[in-house]
Design a protein around this ligand. Structure first.
Ligand SMILES: *Cc1c(COP(=O)(O)O)cnc(C)c1O
Length: 419
């Protein structure tokens, strides 16, 4: 469900036309709907009413501080994967007591930053990291809460790049070893406080069964650890609930909620979730302008002013984003590759796509572009990154200015002697 709809043949975000934003802010431009974001957050959070729980929005999905502020005001905590994301949460006024820190490669400075700011807990991903956090906690003389991210060896049946809970993936610690590490922490690492068990099996998961399988394994582990005298109060199921890009039919958060509560009811645990895509994916679109059309003998091309640096998912995961005309009028159809200006054949936003015929100067909207799009964007080909806009009702706010040419070379230095 989202609030991007046609009114009299023109595409709107809530009460603002996309044409108007494109005219006033330029293209390419990411446009987010505040009402959609809130709706998704509330649907997710509401699914766990009746269970003690904390939603920690996954910052990497869309890390604009205006989005973080909006979610923080809804009561959300945050799942971070870097010191940079912690900085963003703090700048957005997020509650640091609701922050969990995941990731396989936390640096010393990032660990120290997070300990000093008193985050809720670290999700520890290796035995070496456990010892590293302990030694930093000891030096700072701060007792530090942790969960171990276990790798439950579950196939989430999603794209291999976003499967994270299989033994061959780099994430988490296998269950048998995790048990040893929990006991080692309890006995020998006094500056750590093991308070949770964590797992995250992947992203864009469109069935319930992998979640339920993982949950059963993790609940067993929690029971065992409790019987060993560990004081485990939190169970973190990570993120991963999928969305509809094309014709996927992922479970509604409420079915996910029912399944989770069925498996964990009565254990007295506080549940943590780290949703990203399901909150932001369908809360945003990318509006882009057609620059040229070109007919080849094998293929037609529609060349637009957005490229793989703006919308990396098609070239990275062969992902599908629905394409809609911003002004919908009667016309013929055309099958084409929709491509950007970047000098790579991998620079496509849609391939062999049948759309309504378009002419240079017209606008197209790439739907479902609220998660893992701007946050993955880059300056490749020295393309300034696009603007981001947040629509609230009948007004809109620029929440990130379009980059200019000076932004492209910020921090670059020509050394003496090359002058
Ligand atoms: C990316 C990530 C998430 C969010 O995943 P979504 O599929 O966007 O919900 C949650 N937890 C961890 C540890 C992650 O790496």
């Amino acid at each position: 469900m989202h609030y991007f709809d046609y009114r009299r043949g023109k595409l709107y975000a809530e009460g603002v036309s996309i044409e108007r934003i494109a005219r006033e802010v330029g293209t390419p431009v990411f446009i987010y709907s505040a009402k959609t974001t809130r709706r998704h957050y509330r649907a997710f959070d509401g699914a766990f009413r009746g269970a003690k729980h904390l939603v920690c929005y996954s910052v990497k999905a869309n890390s604009n501080i205006a989005i973080l502020r909006l979610l923080s005001k809804e009561g959300s905590g945050f799942d971070i994967v870097s010191g940079g994301e912690l900085f963003r949460v703090l700048k957005a006024g997020g509650d640091v007591r609701k922050v969990v820190f995941s990731g396989v490669g936390k640096r010393d400075d990032e660990i120290e930053y997070a300990i000093k700011k008193n985050i809720l807990m670290f999700n520890v991903e290796s035995p070496q990291e456990l010892r590293r956090i302990h030694s930093i906690a000891r030096r700072l003389r701060k007792k530090t809460p942790i969960a171990i991210r276990v790798n439950p060896d579950i196939d989430p049946k999603t794209h291999p790049y976003i499967s994270t809970g299989l033994k061959k993936n780099k994430f988490g610690i296998e269950t048998e070893l995790a048990i040893k590490e929990y006991i080692h922490a309890k006995q020998n690492l006094p500056w750590l406080e093991p308070i949770g068990v964590d797992c995250h099996i992947g992203s864009q998961i469109t069935e319930l069964s992998p979640f339920v399988e993982a949950l059963k394994r993790v609940v067993k582990l929690v029971n065992f650890l409790q019987s060993e005298g560990l004081n485990i109060g939190y169970l973190n199921m990570g993120g991963g609930l999928g969305i509809t890009y094309r014709d996927e039919a992922p479970p509604h958060p409420s079915s996910y909620g029912e399944a989770v509560i069925r498996e964990t009811g009565g254990l007295g645990l506080t549940l943590i979730f780290e949703p990203g895509r399901v909150i932001m994916g369908n809360s945003g679109i990318l509006a882009t302008k057609v620059l040229y059309t070109k007919e080849g003998s094998l293929k037609n091309f529609v060349i637009v002013d957005a490229a793989m640096n703006d919308l990396p998912r098609p070239s990275l995961y062969d992902a599908y984003h629905e394409v809609r005309p911003v002004v919908d009028k009667k016309r013929g159809e055309l099958t084409a590759d929709i491509v950007g200006p970047i000098c790579e054949s991998g620079d496509f936003l849609a391939r062999d796509r049948t759309i309504k015929e378009v002419e240079p100067g017209e606008l197209l909207a790439f739907m479902s572009a609220g998660a893992y799009c701007f946050s993955m964007s880059s300056n490749y080909n020295s393309r300034p990154r696009s603007a981001e806009v947040l629509v609230t009702g009948r007004t809109y706010h620029v929440i990130r200015k379009r980059e200019g040419l000076k932004d492209l070379i910020r921090g670059e230095i020509i050394p003496e002697g090359l002058e």
